[in-house]
Structures are given as structure tokens and as C-alpha cells.
Design a protein around this ligand. Structure first.
Ligand SMILES: [Zn+2]
Ligand SMILES: [Zn+2]
Ligand SMILES: [Zn+2]
Ligand SMILES: [Zn+2]
Length: 732
């Protein structure tokens, strides 16, 4: 029996078609082994950064099936995806099924890579199997180990210095920084007024011609002066400039450019684009979708030229070569193109069909003649004035060339009336419109990928996941299509920018990518590279362990006073975002929402009892709308809460929902007993395990909830230290 292993079931299905039953084709369904997420000991740093991989949870069955099949096989072909990630998966599988002592000596394991899954490409690759490229998979290992080490150490530090549960990554952090820098530019932007002046005139042949003033004055009085002068003077055409301009087709798609085009033309985010592209690749319809090459193979080129000739005529054909700065020859595969250029429409789902059509157009257009546009520029002066020119621009498509295949590149014609130098124009009307300069826009997902690529951060295989990680960590929100850092994102980035500026700089991150490329090339040593990075990095992390905990995000506006003591307030960060806290906290617990709404308005009544827990505080009753609780007055130094077994349990706790801020947290009964959730359900899905006490956690700002006898009050956020406080910490 001969066994062929790929990573996806649909790829397995397509390949089987071409192997005529000669191979048993199995899918690993992605990665089978990885480094554990939360255990730094899995990396033997002293021993040379040796990773100790674990079988990915849930993959045990797949691995044992592959193992038992391999035991019966005479030959195993590893046909995972043709890039570093695929090479690494192939190696992991080889290690698991044939590694160590169990390895049957007769077992032959070979690697093949399909840049496209077509009969020709599959047969070609099968005829030239090779060994696993150890350099390539080492480069992937280096990335994995680096990312894990940075993740463990930076996250650990941020937990201590900013807030528990936060995390930071090697490549996500520079991306987050880029978004935060843009956000600061937007906040610091001061809009300026300017005026756009446009005139409508008649030509001698009584045809209308609109012209715009070539300057944009920045004051109303200057504008009025221009309008007054323009109305009085004689308008005369000073110049008519005509020229032919060539418009070249764009290069075939790479991972980055397809993500940008699919975003602007189809409204797909990069993740959606990559999912559709993956399906098209696995079904044999396009070449491999993770690439930074724009070249087209010598096999495909004649087919594309033939398609152009058949569809548009020989006048439209122009063979072109697009060169890229591909650093890694091993991985230098092709641009993303249809495997069969004569097929104009393909794909199963709507997304696949639309994306395929985009790929087809771009590929075909790339081998077509330039479009030729006739451009006209008319300038007019107002005689007897010192006014600058008024101008009009026209354009007219003379020869469509590649635009025939790719309409997305074309603009509408603007046809100007016939006019000659010296012609007198009659002014019909002239108007001004007041406008304001705009701040730079936020990045869209595709725009950020373009920026990352420009700065050399990330690689085709990582672009989409960088953004997905930032969104999943809630460091970034999507507003319409643009990316906006959240309060938490800004705090994390601010912390890293202050303390790890070099590590998260463009140049450092880009250099590291280059070094990983060199490992893949075999020109750089794995251990040396990691050592050179990790030594200085851990030293820095250790140094930063001494800095003060970041608790404040700066002072609140001086006009805002504490609702309890009238003192100044400062901005703090909670799980839900920023809020205002009295600067005298914990001596005063006055707090406001960032909009200035009172966060805790419960009145304090003394019960006359002393706190049984600390013996120093008095027990006070705090009242909500529908509930009350008795607790120590020394909160948060003492967290004692008295549970009154006789108190009726009202359905609503009177505690405002921290998520929607409209509903209240109410008691409900579920399968596993009572739980507490927002009474604004289903509009709001906020839920917590136990009854909220009405207070917020001093560590993270989440709602506190009732606990047990030993731990009377706990934070409702599982990730927070206050969720399971050690008892001795409670007594100061
Ligand atoms: Zn106060
Ligand atoms: Zn107490
Ligand atoms: Zn709610
Ligand atoms: Zn908490």
C-alpha cells in the first residue's frame, strides 16, 4: 500500500482523482503538533532552543490512524501545502508516524509539493519527490519558538504591570502600534478650512464648460475677493493641452494584493478572501494562494496568451514579465492565477465565484496591451486680474487594451467641448464651497496588510492571522471597514512603545523576517539567531520587571470632580474600557463612567456591627434598587460581605449591566441552578455566575460577585486574579 498525506480533506479528494487509486490519500486536517500555549518549559532554551512539541488536542485519533496506515505502507508521500507551514506539517507528520524507534526500516518517506492541484502538476510533482527541506521547516520552527517566547515573557510582564489576562505578540504588536500611531495622528489633527471655487462657462459654440480654480484659498475674504474679480474680468482660454497617456495593466495577484483588491471590489476582509482562495486552490482551480511572487509559469503563459487572442483578438495580446523581489528561492512560486486560464467562471460558493472572477480578470489583463487614454487640459485666465488659472480636465479612452478584461481599472470618460487657445468664455456662474481638511483615515484590514508588506512586517502566510489575533484579543475594533484600537489596545501598545520600543519597531521586526528567510535559505543558523534575539530580550524583560505597575491612564479633565469627595479624578482601565476613578482611591471610591455618569451611587448605612473578618471596619449596608448587601466599610482593603440567608432574593439585583449599560443584572434559573444575566436579554447577552455585589473589581473593573464563606466576594472575570483570591491576600 502507498500512502499520501495532505492537510485538508477537500485537497485529498481533488488529488485522489489524479492518482487513479494508486495511493490511499489521507488528510491530517491541519497541524498535528504544536508548542503548548502556556508552558514556557516546553522550549529547552539552554539546550539550544529545542521545542518539545505536543500532539494538538483533538488530533490523537488522526495521528493514530496515520500511524497505523503508515505501518502497513511501503511508501509514504507527504503532500502538504507548498510553503514553510506545509513543510513543517510534513515534518511533524514524518516525525510522528515514522520517527524514533518505531520507524519501520523499509518505510520510505518522500515529500512532494503541488503549487496547483491539476492532473499535469500532480503527475509532475509525483515524478520528482524529494526529502523534507530541513532549512524550510527550521525557519518555521524558529518563527514558532520566537513567537512563543515573546508571547510568554511579554504577556507575563503585562499581566504584572498592566492587567491580568492581557497578552502581546511579536508581530501583532508592531501592527497594533501602527494602528495606534494613526489613531494619535487622527486625535491630534486640527482641521483647516479651505474653499473650492468652481465656475460654469459657455464656449463660443455655446457649449457648457466647468472649470475649477487652481488654488484653494484658506479664508473667506480671499475667496470673496477671487469671486468678485472673476465676475468682472474677461475669461479667455490660455492653453489647451492634449496628450496620449498609456495605462499599464497591474501585476498578477500576490497574497497581499488579492486581499486588497477583494476588500475594495468585493468587500471581503482578508480572512474571507483567504478562505475562498483556499477552497479554489484545493479544488484545483487556482495556484497556491500564499505567495509574494508575481511571476507566471512558462507552462501557463501560452495558455493565457491564447485565451486573450481567442476572447479579445490578437491586437490585444502583449506578453509581459513581472518581476518581484522574492527573497527565498525555495519558496519562489507563482502569482495567484487560474490553473486553466480559458475557464472564465469557476467555484462553488458565491464567494469563490466572485473571487475566481477577480483572479481571472487580473491574470488575463496582465498579458494584454496598454490602454490608451487621450487627456485634455484646458486652462483659462481672467484678463486684467492677477488671478491664477482656472482649469478643466478631460479624458477619453482611445484603446481599451487590458481594460477589456479587467473593468475595475477603468474610469469614466470626461469629454470636454471643442475649444481652442484664445477662445473667449462667457461666465454663467461662479461659486465657492467651504470645505475642511480631513485627518488621515483609519486603516482598513486590507490597507493595514498593504502597510505591513511595505514595512516588511509579516509574510503572506501571516497577514490575515495578525489582524484576526488583534480582533480576537479585543485590542482593535472594526468600525464599518476600518480598524480602531480599543482602550485596552491603546494601553497595551503604549506600554510596549514605552518599554519595548526597539522590539516592536518596524526595522527590528522586518530584520527578523529577513533572518527567518535566511534560515529557510540555509544561510543562517537556527540556534545562533534565537540566541542573538533571546539574550538581550530576556535581559530587557527582567529589567522592566522593576518598573511600577501602570494603574493610571492619566489625569481626567480638571473640570471633572469626584462625585463623593469633590477631589480630582484620573482615568483608569477596566475590562469594559476606560472609566474615571477618584485620585484618592482606595480612601475614596468615587467613580464615573468616561461620559461622566456615576458608577456607584449606593448610599452607605451602618449596621452597628463590627466586621468579623478584619475586626477594624464597620459593617455597612449598601442598597441597590432591588437588593441590599452588608459588607465591610474598609472595602477594598477588606472584602467581607455578609450573606443574609433570610433576605428575599429579588429577580433584579439592581446592578447596571456593564456591557449594554441599559439593562440590569437579574437572577435566572438554568439547568445548573441559578445564574445572573442582563435583563435586556436577548439584545444583550451579558452573563455571570453569581450574584453581583454592585461593586467593581479594583484590579480589572469587572463586576464583583458573591463568593463562598471563605472568599466572600470575587471578581466575575475568570481571567482576573480577584476571581480566585488567596485568602491571606484579603487580610491586607
Ligand atoms: Zn473621591
Ligand atoms: Zn473588614
Ligand atoms: Zn446588558
Ligand atoms: Zn477583576
Amino acid at each position: 500500500m502507498k500512502l499520501l498525506i495532505v492537510e485538508s480533506p477537500s485537497k485529498a479528494k481533488t488529488i485522489s482523482k489524479y492518482l487513479h487509486g494508486e495511493y490511499t490519500v489521507k488528510a491530517s486536517v491541519g497541524h498535528v503538533r504544536d508548542l503548548p500555549k502556556s508552558n514556557k518549559d516546553a522550549i529547552d532554551i539552554e539546550g539550544g532552543f529545542i521545542p518539545n512539541y505536543e500532539i494538538t488536542p483533538g488530533k490523537e485519533a488522526v495521528v493514530s490512524e496515520l500511524k497505523s496506515l503508515a505501518r502497513k505502507a511501503d511508501e509514504v508521500i507527504l503532500a502538504t501545502d507548498p510553503d514553510r507551514e506545509g513543510e513543517a506539517i510534513a515534518w511533524h507528520i514524518a516525525e510522528l508516524i515514522g520517527g524514533g524507534k518505531e520507524r519501520p526500516s523499509r518505510l520510505k518517506m518522500k515529500r512532494v509539493a503541488f503549487h496547483e492541484i491539476t492532473e499535469r502538476a500532480v503527475n509532475e510533482a509525483m515524478a520528482h519527490p524529494r526529502d523534507i527541506d530541513q532549512n524550510l521547516r527550521k525557519a518555521q520552527e524558529a518563527r514558532r519558538v520566537l513567537d512563543r517566547l515573546v508571547g510568554y515573557d511579554l504577556s507575563g510582564l503585562i499581566w504584572k504591570k498592566v492587567r491580568y489576562g492581557l497578552s502581546a505578540g511579536r508581530v501583532q504588536s508592531p501592527a497594533l502600534r501602527i494602528l495606534c500611531e494613526r489613531e494619535r495622528e487622527i486625535k491630534a489633527f486640527i482641521p483647516k478650512d479651505f474653499w473650492v471655487i468652481s465656475a460654469l462657462t459657455n464656449t463660443p459654440a455655446k457649449k457648457e464648460l466647468s472649470l475649477a480654480y487652481s488654488e484653494k484659498p484658506e479664508a473667506q475674504d480671499i475667496t470673496d475677493d477671487i469671486l468678485a474679480k472673476a465676475k468682472k474680468g474677461v475669461w479667455q482660454v490660455s492653453e489647451v493641452k492634449k496628450e496620449k497617456a498609456n495605462k499599464k495593466p497591474r501585476a498578477p495577484f500576490t497574497t497581499s494584493t488579492i486581499q486588497q483588491a477583494a476588500s475594495s471590489q468585493l468587500g471581503f476582509n482578508p480572512g474571507r478572501t483567504m478562505r475562498a482562495a483556499q477552497k479554489l486552490y484545493e479544488n484545483g482551480l487556482i495556484t497556491y494562494m500564499r505567495t509574494d511572487s508575481t511571476s507566471i509559469s512558462q507552462d501557463a503563459l501560452p495558455l493565457i496568451l491564447e485565451t486573450v487572442t481567442k476572447k479579445f483578438g490578437a491586437d490585444y495580446v502583449e506578453q509581459r514579465v513581472f518581476t518581484t523581489k522574492v527573497k527565498n528561492a525555495q519558496e519562489a512560486h507563482e502569482a495567484i492565477r487560474p490553473t486553466n486560464p480559458s475557464t472564465e467562471r469557476a467555484g462553488t460558493s458565491d464567494d469563490e465565484k466572485r473571487l475566481y472572477s477577480l483572479i481571472w480578470s487580473r491574470t488575463i489583463a496582465s498579458q494584454m496591451k496598454d490602454a490608451i487614454v487621450n487627456k485634455t487640459k484646458v486652462s483659462a485666465l481672467v484678463s486684467g486680474t492677477e488671478l491664477k488659472e482656472f482649469t478643466a480636465a478631460g479624458s477619453q479612452l482611445l484603446f481599451p487594451g487590458w481594460l477589456k478584461a479587467d473593468l475595475s481599472g477603468s474610469d469614466d470618460d470626461v469629454i470636454l467641448p471643442d475649444i481652442a487657445e484664445g477662445d473667449i468664455l462667457t461666465l454663467i456662474s461662479i461659486d465657492s464651497e467651504q470645505k475642511q481638511t480631513m485627518p488621515p483615515p483609519r486603516y482598513t484590514e486590507a490597507g493595514l496588510i498593504k502597510e505591513l508588506e511595505k514595512r516588511g512586517i509579516g509574510r503572506p502566510s501571516t497577514y490575515a492571522s495578525i489582524i484576526e489575533t488583534l480582533l480576537a484579543r479585543k485590542y482593535v475594533d472594526k468600525e464599518q471597514k476600518s480598524l480602531k484600537p480599543t482602550d485596552v489596545g491603546e494601553v497595551v501598545s503604549g506600554f510596549l512603545e514605552t518599554h519595548f520600543a526597539d522590539i516592536i519597531s518596524d526595522s527590528f521586526t522586518a530584520e527578523m523576517e529577513d533572518e527567518l528567510d535566511e534560515i529557510a535559505d540555509g544561510t543562517r543558523d537556527y540556534t545562533k539567531t534565537l540566541k542573538a534575539f533571546y539574550g538581550p530580550f530576556t535581559k530587557l524583560v527582567k529589567e522592566k520587571g522593576k518598573i511600577e505597575k501602570v494603574t493610571s491612564m492619566g489625569d481626567a479633565d480638571q473640570s471633572i470632580k469626584c462625585p463623593k469627595c469633590g477631589g480630582p479624578m484620573e482615568i483608569k482601565l477596566s475590562k469594559m474600557g476606560r472609566f474615571l476613578s477618584c485620585k484618592r482611591f482606595p480612601d475614596c471610591d468615587g467613580a464615573l463612567t468616561i461620559e461622566g455618569k456615576i458608577l456607584e451611587k449606593k448610599e452607605i448605612k451602618e449596621t452597628g456591627e463590627m466586621c468579623p473578618e478584619c475586626g477594624k471596619g464597620k459593617l455597612v449596608e449598601r442598597e441597590g434598587k432591588n437588593g441590599r448587601f452588608i459588607a465591610c466599610s474598609r472595602y477594598p482593603k477588606c472584602k467581607f460581605v455578609k450573606v443574609d440567608p433570610n433576605a428575599p432574593k429579588p429577580p433584579t439585583t439592581g446592578v447596571e449591566c456593564p456591557v449594554c449599560k441599559k439593562g440590569e443584572v437579574a437572577e435566572r434559573r438554568g439547568r445548573f441552578g441559578p445564574f445572573f444575566s442582563c435583563n435586556n436579554y436577548p439584545a444583550c447577552k451579558f452573563i455571570m455566575k453569581s450574584r453581583p455585589t454592585g461593586r467593581i473589581c479594583e484590579l480589572c473593573g469587572s463586576l464583583m460577585m458573591e463568593g463562598t464563606k471563605t472568599i466572600p466576594e470575587r471578581c466575575s472575570d475568570k481571567a482576573c486574579k480577584n476571581n480566585l483570591p488567596v485568602k491571606k491576600n484579603l487580610k491586607e
